[in-house]
Design a protein around this ligand. Sequence first.
Ligand code: PHE
Ligand code: ZN
Length: 874
Amino acid sequence: MRTDTPQPIKLSDYTAPDFLIPSTELDFDLAPEATRVRARLTVTRQGPANAPLVLMGERLRLINIRIDGQPVESVVTDETLTIASVPDQFVLETEVEIDPLNNKTLEGLYMSSGRYCTQCEAEGFRKITYYLDRPDSLSKYRVRITAPRSGFPHLLSNGNLLEKGDLDDGRHYALWEDPFFKPCYLFALVAGELDVYEDTIETVSGRTVDLKIYVDTGMKTRAAYAMDALKRSMKWDEEVYGREYDLDLFMIVAVRDFNFGAMENKGLNIFNASLLLADPTTATDADYERIESVIAHEYFHNWSGNRVTCRDWFQLCLKEGLTVFRDQGFSADQRGHAVARIKDVKALRARQFPEDSGPLAHPVRPSSYVKIDNFYTATIYEKGAEIVGMLKTYVGPQVYRQALDHYFAANDGTAATLEDFLAAFEAVTGEDFSPWMAWYTQAGTPQLRASSTYDAAAHTLTLTFAQATPATPGQAQKAVVPIPIRFGLLSQDGDKQMFRHDGHLASEALHILRGADTTIVLTEVKSPPVLSILRHFSAPVLLHIEESGNDAFARFRGDPDAFNRWESAQGLAKRIILAERPDADLIDAFAEGLDACITDENLDDAFKALIMGLPTESDLAQHMSPIDPAFIHKNRNNLKSALSARLFDTLRDLYRSIPAPNTFSPDSVSAGRRAFRNALLDLMLARYNNAENKDELIALAESHFGQATNMTDMVGGLLALTYVQGTPYQNALDTFYDRFRNEPLVIDKWFSLQAAAAHPDTLDRVRALSQHPDFDAKTPNRWRALVQGFANNQSVFHAPGGGGYQFLVEQILAVDAFNPMTAARLVEPLSRYRFYTSPYRENMQTALQTIAAAPNLSKNVLELAARALTEEHS
Ligand code: PHE
Ligand code: ZN
């Protein structure tokens, strides 16, 4: 292990800044390789009288620096600028030169498709000018941008446009002012040629807000859906959270080159184009759904993030967890609560649960970090959202709204902490919420055990709940956490059953487990019950119910809680797939249950599509020790193929009964119908290798693909042909490529679909694709399409020879040389090597060691590789 591991930053070391910068004036003279940035900062001391002024700055060429108009001595390092002695109040003027064209980190000011754009969260502003680049430093900004008029007709920044005009030499300028105090990570600038899709909205108090979405020229119509989603988000936040927009202008810009999804800069959101542009022929229903939720997410940040921001980056989930919870609520209202919840839990299990059980496990509020960029994780986002959801479940919707109103009012215009968030719940309830803090400070997924005994004579049910959280790196001892458990009872036939609890007769109740274990007694339970625990997934825990093997079937048949109905199917599938030998009776029973679901006219199509989906290979791996990826892959395929054979006639009848759509609407009912139809096709094709009707199957898949009138069905057809391989698959891929060769977002899909194919040839194909003329590691969307698509492809990534790991190592090291933030995000797939069986385990470890030993590694990648390799795992 290397010894030059960078020093971590600790939450316990937090101190308030020694200086305030109440006003910030920036003047940008844009040029691709030599942009001049002049800053005029008013600075006031709030710390000790002798404290030096230390500003952050990276990759800046200092040209000029003055205090109150006078030249001043400063000491510049790679990361800071220090002035030893400064007055208590002064004006600091600096001028620096930066090189946006060659900035491939995509942080600070950079160029994408010939346009200037910025990304400052978390610590990118220091690549623009010397500054107090920390979220508790709030300032009012005035920004002047100068650029040639030709090529850069639009000059955008945060807030309101004060002035614009022409200058000599074909140049022009714009002057922007943001009336709200903000931290520098919310600063944004965009300059270039763009088309604008415009609309307006009237807010609840009657103000008119101009809405402008800026996209690549020629792409205007593809912004229509994002605009629609934006207007619905704005209305929803007014109605559901009482939050009104606060400027007269709201702008969104789509860019091709972006490290993450999107960014909530005040009044000027910047989006990865893949999360903004949509039309039926290029975007899938999943894309539409993501766009809707990310538009909402970034817009909602205007209150949860911007008006109330974070004191320090340890509080990241204060804005992210809350904002994810808010966007999930919005999506659920738009698309149906049960289906939305199932999808959210699937995502949580796919990404957060593995993270929380491996060497990279960290609390939702970490206590130390090397690079904060590495903490934009599923834990901080998704587990953070779950905590807010549990608080809401606990206090109920009305009190939750009061608590949030209180939180926004009490902290408006400040940089807050998680303590401030919980204090709002305390203020409106008068209760002590400190036990909830353990959810924020403690890593690891709690395990919840439920068991019961039924007294048939007394008609009572004694229910026992117990919790335990396994040790995680650096945290051997775990405290108990409050766990909201929503539960109900069913009869053995799967009908709902009443019971008396806390004096109420009900079919569902909520219990908060506060200690390590508890026992509660339900009375008036008429018949031997089946438990339905953790309805709507009321807490992010791993549930184990002690029950008879048939109880899951009762829930599968009729649990009125749609989440638990879906969950029962997942559990049964897991049981079948992970068994040492196949259990034909169990498979028959499962197939019958599935048959009943998919032919039930009372269930909606989106739900049917979900219940047909078997647990993913990575989810299954969580339940196997040691993990054998080949075993999981084989058994999962076998179950799919068995279901396909048993249900084939039903699948074909249902498939034929749903006409191929010839008009497109992105609404959730239409999307559900497409999802169901594609799921039916997928399951029919799943038995391809064992099928006698191969020609029929090929014809089905080819016509599905060939007749597709939208991208969802095209992708569905391609995926179906993946089972077939050979010429039909290659022909479809070629057709797809030829048709969309000029559509970068669709060519991204072309790369990722091939990388995700569970086929032994995939590694060779992926290697070849990494040499394809359209492959470009400098564009994160394209790089991730291939490399992340591949790393998530369990059976191929974990090829026995270790070749998949080697490919990933090469890719991470290549990208780390210019874009550490993006490279580091792909270390995670190697991190859980200890949980795998040989030889996977050794091969993964070797791959990680190769990364850790590489010369000139970034802090980002080094931090993750070092944490993954640390011996201590408790
Ligand atoms: N704050 C962004 C969000 O809404 C995420 C992000 C972080 C984007 C860092 C870019 C860089 O989730
Ligand atoms: Zn966010």
